[in-house]
Design a binder for this molecule. Structure first.
Ligand SMILES: C[S@@+](CC[C@H](N)C(=O)[O-])C[C@H]1O[C@@H](n2cnc3c(N)ncnc32)[C@H](O)[C@@H]1O
Length: 259
């Protein structure tokens, strides 16, 4: 059966470093596309948090291609080592779940793999319509479906899901104060709101899994907020991985919703 490494190869999600990616772009994109990319990148990197610029960045990455591969796949490739380490860990935990929610699913690069491995159903939710189109196109099994919506207001009743996953998306919607690559991210009210909303849709004894890179004690704040929302921590792992600029650490916390 297909493992995560083989799946990522098939999806052209191949490990690369940021500088290699940029030089590849320089030699492959035409002038018009390169300036579209550059504008989106500049806004994304240099602007104190701006939701619109961040979504625009995803739109451009999903619309431009090199050799038939959307740039977004190259971007996930920058994180390939993280994907290879965290996805099997998460899968292990959600294995018996009948209904799973993956919030911030993006292009479904993780969601579609979970779908391949799960007997139950999985719904991938994201705010970004263009990314969801790619997710749908790349869907491999019928137990996966996609829905547009926001983590702040999940379109589901209480206590619905056996498991909910929220990985590498908690940093979205604005905890950065100096542009997305600054390290001045801090935990604030908005992150708490999201965790509360995610906990709401998980059934009692169901599972909530949150993964993120974490800055400035962010890791402990996520765990504390999970606890504050009746989520008992079952397991917490920190994965060191080769990042696109430096090596990084991804934290994944698995919790169980109390009755
Ligand atoms: C860095 S990607 C993470 C993708 C994937 N979950 C992973 O672990 O690699 C963050 C995703 O969060 C989505 N997002 C941003 N704000 C959101 C919101 N308010 N509700 C739902 N999704 C959101 C973005 O569109 C993007 O697809």
């Amino acid at each position: 059966m297909l493992d995560i490494g083989q799946y990522l190869d098939e999806e052209s999600i191949v490990f690369n470093r940021w500088n290699d990616f940029i030089s590849r772009l320089d030699s492959s994109l035409n002038d018009q596309d390169r300036s579209k990319f550059q504008e989106a990148l500049t806004n994304y990197q240099n602007t104190p948090w701006n939701f619109e610029y961040n979504q625009r960045w995803y739109d451009v990455l999903s619309q431009l291609e090199i050799d038939g591969v959307p740039l977004i796949s190259y971007i996930w490739g920058l994180d390939r080592d993280q994907i290879e380490k965290t996805v099997p860990f998460i899968l292990n935990h959600i294995q018996g779940s009948g209904l799973v929610l993956d919030v911030g699913a993006g292009t479904g690069h993780k969601t579609n793999f979970y779908g391949l491995k799960l007997e139950g159903k999985i719904i991938g939710l994201d705010v970004n319509e263009i990314m969801l189109k790619i997710a749908n196109k790349k869907r491999r099994t019928n137990n996966v479906s996609y829905l547009r919506g926001s983590v702040f207001n999940l379109p589901f009743e209480n206590d619905l899901f056996d498991s909910a996953i929220y990985t590498n998306s908690i940093q979205e919607d604005g905890f950065w104060s100096g542009g997305v690559y600054s390290l001045y991210g801090s935990y604030d009210e908005r992150q708490s709101e999201k965790i509360k909303e995610l906990a709401r849709v998980v059934r009692p004894n169901g599972m909530l899994i949150i993964g993120h890179n974490g800055f400035d004690g962010f890791d402990e704040a996520v765990i504390q907020t999970m606890k504050d929302n009746r989520i008992k921590i079952k397991e917490h792992m920190s994965f060191n991985y080769s990042g696109y600029i430096n090596d990084s650490t991804n934290h994944v916390t698995v919790g169980i919703k109390q009755d």
